[in-house]
Design a protein around this ligand. Sequence first.
Ligand SMILES: [Cu+2]
Length: 146
Amino acid sequence: MTRWWMLMAVVTLGGCSGPGRVTVDDAWIRLPAVTGRPGVAYFTLEGGPSNATLINVSADIAIRAEMHESMTGAGGMTSMKPLASVAVPAGTDTVFAPGGRHVMLFDINPKAKVGRIYNLTLNFSNGARIYAGAMTVGAADPAPDF
Ligand SMILES: [Cu+2]
């Protein structure tokens, strides 16, 4: 499984995130019940002193990640659409949580385990990059108690 090590090396080479920017809190990942199914990552972004735009999220344990938003339609049907970017207004919390915005994780490393912390990388339109440790829970588990 050399590709996992390559992916981690690329992530580790990233730039730094200075103070006074967006911060990431309460990051967690729900692992799929069945290997091969997608997982989902959630977190809260605390807006910095100026407006920011989140343009991309990746996870060490997933080959591919997409920002999505879940919606409930008029008939009670839920669906989700991809988000190209997410605005993070200054001084305001922007929440990724079940039933709303989330990050879909595809091709998850089958060795990923519940109860571990894995790295998320968040890239912003101004070039800032933030890393956050995300606690994993099982498919049927509640969200972690932060
Ligand atoms: Cu989704």
